[in-house]
Design a protein around this ligand. Structure first.
Ligand code: SF4
Ligand code: SF4
Length: 628
């Protein structure tokens, strides 16, 4: 472990990794090294623990090893079942997030807690909710009830599927993959992958597709849309990013996790004059709230709160010695934070009954008393300022970028170049024109996590730069967005990385070439944008010159995202192979076979330069097919 080097392109990460080493604190990279060599059966998806006759494993490297599990399950069955279960877990995580937002809307109680009435009315119209004679709170409550119904309704299909282009909806119906209730689809994956149930890999993947679609067009979309209703639709704004946003003289509070209900309340509480006065009495200059991972994206997009860091930087934030409290809710929170926090004065505060960590302080959050609980948490952080133990070291690395590109914000930017005499505003026409003329060759989404199997941030950033120079505009979410803003790709100056066409488009629209569209659930914003472009052009999503990549993905949520993107007709490159490579049939089906069924497919490519070349080739292929 002494020789372990942190393989990142980010300067702040490097410096704090060195500090962690000198203070004998193990981080993600050290544990990854200690884990080597990792189990080959698990890596290839060839291990099954679905019943107590197992564990079973399929041996491929020798002729005489077992070729089926004790029940007779083959490598195709085992790998596809494992993959489907991962997708179901990812869909469950996003969908539970969406459900919590719907519950928060249900309990909003008074009008002041609904910051975007316009969007409330828009969705009400879309869902056929009558608004006449009802006040805002009543409409919000009815919408929340309808949204909650999406998780368990007995008949019918998901409401938001209607947003997809007609051809796609028809295809889903023909294939029998249009999801009904969200929870139902997830349960069905768990049922059909139980011992002695579904053994047909194509059918198992078909059910996984239903679960994944219930995430993208269901749970995630509900999470995004209702968060906008509650907290406002993101609009362009400048923010700072990287661990340099921590402030030595201030009480530093890091909010980490996913649910904006908690982080929004913490931001509000941190502005309370009484708590600010208390902070001053403790010798601090103020209260500095910063965000990490997806919750960081949520409050940055809406409130301009600094983005402290990505998935791999969560332990390093505490290593600065400057964090009074790290407040977490659900998902992507390393349990190791409790161990790291113990070496400093940092209070690790868990808030969700769904995610407790031994060694952390648990203060349970609930939507009905959100501000009251947030005030208590912020007060705890303030009172901890005096307890700093080690010399504080905050790297001076931070960058600035323009973020907040919701679908609505993109339409607004496009309106800048709409001829108001000749064309209606509020459409995707200027974007379609730019694509048709070839000024923009296409668009790509860079999403997903960090993974020790790939150099930290390097893949996100290299891929983005390679695409920009080919005049392919990039949209990003999640930890990919953290990587891009840290590398300066959301700054006006980033036009220097672009080809001439893209640079001109950025200039005219006054946008950066990499558009931050939000958190992982906000990938649903990308689905909406793709649908609107496809509808405007009269084609399906699979006909568009677009692609997606998750170069450093690691979570089950990323597998669900990847699959719903493929099922929506998108070509998706994964920088890390999913655990299916033990089966040639399953790997072949995901990377080739699905294209003839859905128009989208996976590609596995760990080299970001190669990935960019493949995306460019795909984009040109689609342009040719469209005759543009
Ligand atoms: S379900 Fe079959 S392959 Fe899996 S552990 Fe049980 S016997 Fe083994
Ligand atoms: S991108 Fe991945 S690591 Fe980052 S918050 Fe989302 S799921 Fe977690």
């Amino acid at each position: 472990m002494e020789n372990c080097a942190c393989n990142t392109c980010d300067a702040a990460t490097k410096k704090l990794y060195e500090k962690a080493k000198s203070e004998r604190i193990d981080t993600i990279w050290d544990r990854a090294l200690a884990m080597q060599p990792q189990c080959g059966f698990g890596e290839m998806g060839l291990c099954c623990t679905n019943c107590s006759m197992g564990p079973c494993r399929i041996v491929k490297i020798s002729e005489d090893g077992p070729k089926a599990g004790i029940c007779g399950a083959t490598e195709d069955t085992i790998t596809s079942r494992n993959f489907a279960r991962a997708v179901a877990a990812g869909a469950a995580a996003h969908s539970d997030h969406g459900r919590d937002i719907a519950l928060a809307l249900y309990h909003a109680g008074d009008k002041t807690r609904i910051r975007n009435e316009e969007k409330l009315f828009k969705i009400a119209g879309e869902w056929g909710i009558t608004v006449e004679g009802k006040d805002t709170v009543q409409i919000a409550r009815e919408m929340a009830e309808r949204a909650l119904g999406e998780f368990g309704k007995v008949f019918g299909k998901l409401q938001f599927l209607q947003r997809a282009p007609e051809k796609r909806i028809k295809l889903w119906d023909e294939l029998g993959v249009a999801p009904g209730a969200i929870d139902r689809e997830i349960v069905e994956v768990l049922h059909s992958t139980h011992m002695g149930c579904d053994a047909d890999y194509r059918n198992i993947i078909r059910q996984a597709i239903r679960a994944a679609l219930s995430d993208g067009w269901g749970g995630s979309m509900i999470g995004t849309e209702l968060s906008d209703v509650l907290f406002g639709t993101p609009m362009p704004k400048k923010v700072e990013a990287n661990l340099g946003v921590l402030k030595k003289e201030c009480v530093n509070i890091v909010v980490h996790g996913h649910d904006p209900t908690l982080s929004e309340a913490i931001v509000l509480a941190s502005r309370d004059p009484e708590l600010l006065e208390l902070a001053r009495k403790q010798g601090a200059e103020g209260i500095n709230v910063v965000g990490m991972c997806c919750t960081g994206n949520e409050i940055a997009m809406r409130q301009g709160i600094p983005m402290a860091g990505d998935f791999f930087q969560q332990e390093l934030a505490i290593v600065t010695g400057a964090v009074e409290a790290m407040i977490v809710d659900v998902q992507c929170i390393m349990p190791s934070l409790a161990t790291v926090a113990k070496c400093y004065h940092t209070k690790l505060i868990t808030t969700s009954p769904k995610a407790k960590i031994p060694g952390a302080i648990h203060i349970e959050f609930n939507e009905q008393k959100s501000l009251e609980i947030a005030r208590r948490i912020v007060k705890d952080a303030v009172m901890n300022f005096k307890n700093r133990k080690v010399e504080v070291f905050i790297p001076d690395d931070k960058s600035e970028g323009r973020i907040g590109y919701s679908f609505e914000a993109i339409i607004k930017a496009l309106d800048r170049v709409t001829n108001s005499f000749a064309h209606p505003s509020g459409t995707v026409k200027p974007l379609v024109d730019a694509i048709k003329s070839g000024v923009l060759r296409g668009a790509a989404a860079i999403v997903g996590c960090n993974n020790h199997r790939q150099p930290h941030n390097t893949c996100h950033v290299t891929l983005a730069k390679e695409l920009l120079k080919r005049d392919i505009i990039v949209v990003t979410t999640g930890c990919g967005a953290h990587a891009c803003i840290k590398a300066g790709l959301m700054d006006k100056d980033a036009r220097k990385y672009c080809g001439k066409g893209l640079a001109t488009v950025c200039e005219l629209l006054d946008i950066p070439p990499v558009l931050h569209m939000g958190s992982c659930v906000d990938i649903s914003r990308i689905l909406v944008l793709l649908s609107e472009v496809a509808k405007y052009m009269g084609v399906d999503i699979s006909d568009l010159p677009v692609a997606a990549a998750a170069p450093e993905w690691m979570s089950e949520k990323a597998q669900s995202i990847g699959l719903y993107a493929v099922a929506s007709g998108v070509y998706v490159i994964l920088g890390v192979p999913p655990a299916v490579t033990g089966s040639e049939n399953v790997t072949g089906y995901l990377t080739k076979g699905l294209e003839s069924v859905l128009g989208g497919r996976f590609e596995i490519e760990n080299d970001p330069v190669e990935a960019a070349a493949k995306i460019a080739a795909h984009v040109e292929n689609r342009r040719k097919r469209l005759g543009i």
